[in-house]
Design a protein around this ligand. Structure first.
Ligand SMILES: [Cu+2]
Length: 121
């Protein structure tokens, strides 16, 4: 009986070590979720922060009366949301750096619909 429980104890310790090892280098950071509002004519956030390989989940709400977009050219992200609607989407930055996000509807970037995504290594 004693031997059996000792054996089980060894198994539990061994499995724990495997789990700890697997949870290390290979795991992506937990995702970040945020709400970004598009208004006429600005984004309510000027800055978004994330880490490399961290999924960024955005609830993109258009509070304006015209169409707006969320575009990060360098990361291949482009989403459009109609006035009064919202859209939930996720993207995962695969490199570090500072990336501009814009609304690419004609004239909107120039009018100030621009912000930055900071991706930390
Ligand atoms: Cu816009």
């Amino acid at each position: 009986m004693y031997k059996k429980s000792l054996f089980m104890g060894v198994i539990v310790v061994a499995l724990s070590l495997v789990l700890i090892a697997c949870g290390g280098a290979n795991s992506a950071p937990a995702g970040v979720s945020l709400t970004l509002k598009a208004q006429d004519i600005k984004f309510d956030l000027k800055e978004i922060k994330a880490k490399v390989n961290q999924p960024v989940n955005i609830t993109f709400v258009n509070e304006g009366t015209i169409e707006h977009t969320f575009v990060i050219t360098d990361l291949g992200v482009k989403e459009t949301v109609q006035p009064g609607k919202q859209k939930v989407f996720t993207f995962t930055p695969n490199k570090a750096g500072t990336f501009k996000f814009i609304c690419d509807v004609l004239g909107h970037t120039e009018a100030g619909m621009v912000g930055q995504l900071i991706v930390e290594p």
